[in-house]
Each structure stands twice: as structure tokens, then as C-alpha cells.
Design a protein around this ligand. Sequence first.
Ligand code: BTN
Length: 270
Amino acid sequence: MSNKNKTKIISSESNNSFSEKIKQNLDTKVIGQEIFYFKTIPSTNDYARFLINKGVEDGAIVLADVQISGRGRKSRVWSSPEGGLWFSIILYPSFSPKYAMLLTMAASISVVKAVREITYLKPVIKWPNDILIDGKKVCGVLTELETKEDKIGYSIIGIGINVNNKLNKELHGQATTLKEKYGSKISKGDLFSCILEQFDSNYIRLMDNDFSYIREKWLSMSKIAGREVIIRDDDKTIQGVVSGVDDNGQLILKSEDGIKYISTGDLEYI
Ligand code: BTN
């Protein structure tokens, strides 16, 4: 059954047109039945963990206009000023933690598809979870998990997108915004609803054990197969040619020392 018009917005702001628009438009089955909306918050991922401890349901969202302590991968600071889209999706997936990377992949392909639908832009996924336009980062995904025995207890998918926001000077060389690339302001509400709808169908696919759809879409949107890369993780470096992703979402690399399966690190194209 669709969730259209049943979304509950929990917000400290009364008469907020952004959340009202989402409420009217959202057409999902699992994702976004509850949306916790804040003007300013330290980090949506941190608030998501607080809600999980209170027993919030599958698919709940934490959304903020501004994060003052936004976090990126490897505890890096994630700049999150007004104008960007900063949100976290709370999930209780019923599969083994070894498939957890597929959740991040599902998030990335949902963002790429939604950006393509809302704009004419053609973002590309950069392993493991960055989304780039013309080589510059517009979106990052931070997935945090709790595992219990061989089950995922919860998963928080934190998604940060540079939409209409200004970028800090130090990010200019490496990052961009959708507004900069599109040439005019983008409706955050339309983009957000579209991402949630895309993610809803991808999450349902994963719950139905349809992992190959996510892997194939991710591979085609990353254009990584056949590319020569270097992956650095702490003090380890590995170089090779990417031949694909395995069933669990790990990168398959043909290196001088044979086939390697990689799940973390920072990637550089050669
Ligand atoms: C990365 O590329 O390093 C991941 C960035 C993830 C940023 C998002 S913004 C919403 C959520 N809350 C956070 O504190 N981080 C994630």
C-alpha cells in the first residue's frame, strides 16, 4: 500500500512550506512515513541514533536545513550550511551485515537517478559512495551500522547533497553544487521526494533479496569497470584494474598480487 498523504512530519517549525510540500507529494511504501525535521541540528545521523534508541520505525527520516557538526567518512568534517540537503534514513534491514554495502549502493543509485530526473545533469558514482559531476563531489553517503550476531540491528544512511548552498573556499577545487552545475536554483523538496521514492523501491528490492539489480545499476552509474585505480586505506595502498563488484558489494580488483576484494578506502583513478 502506498504511503501517499500519510507521512507524519515531526517539526519544531509550524507552517513550514518545505515539509508541507513533501507531505503532500511523497509516494512511498516504507521510507519516510515519519520525517523529523529541524532547522538546525548537530548531525542528522546522531539524532537518528537517538530515535532508534526510542524505538522509531523502519524508514523514518531525520532532515535538517543546517548541521553544525555534520560528519563525513573517516570522521571528517562535513560542511552543511543552509541550501543543502542533509538527511538520514533509519533502517532495520533483515539481512546479514555482509550485504550492508548494498544499502549504501542503493542510496547512491537513488540519488543519481533522482538528480537525472530533476535536472539534465549526469552524475557519476565514485567508489565507495561519492557522487560527482564533472569530477567534483556533489554528494556523500555515510552509512553507520549496528550488528547483532549475524544480523543488522540498525542502519543509518546519512546523505549529504550540495544543492543550492555556498561552498567553503577550501572545497572549491574538489566539490560543486547542483545549482552551480544546473545554472539555477533547484527545488530541494522535489529532489528530496524523488530520492525517497527511488530509495523506497530499491530498499524493497533488497528486502526481496534482489541484490543483482542494485549491483548492476551501481556498476553502470559508476563507469568503474575496466578502470585502473589506486586505493589507499590508512597506510595500505593497492593498485589494480577494477573488474566489478561481488555479491556483497565489495570492489573486485585485479592487482599484481592477484584478485583482491576491497570494502574500504579512498580511490584515485590513474
Ligand atoms: C562523506 O562523503 O564523507 C559522507 C558525507 C555524509 C554527510 C551526511 S549529511 C547527513 C548525515 N549527517 C551527517 O552528520 N553526515 C551525513
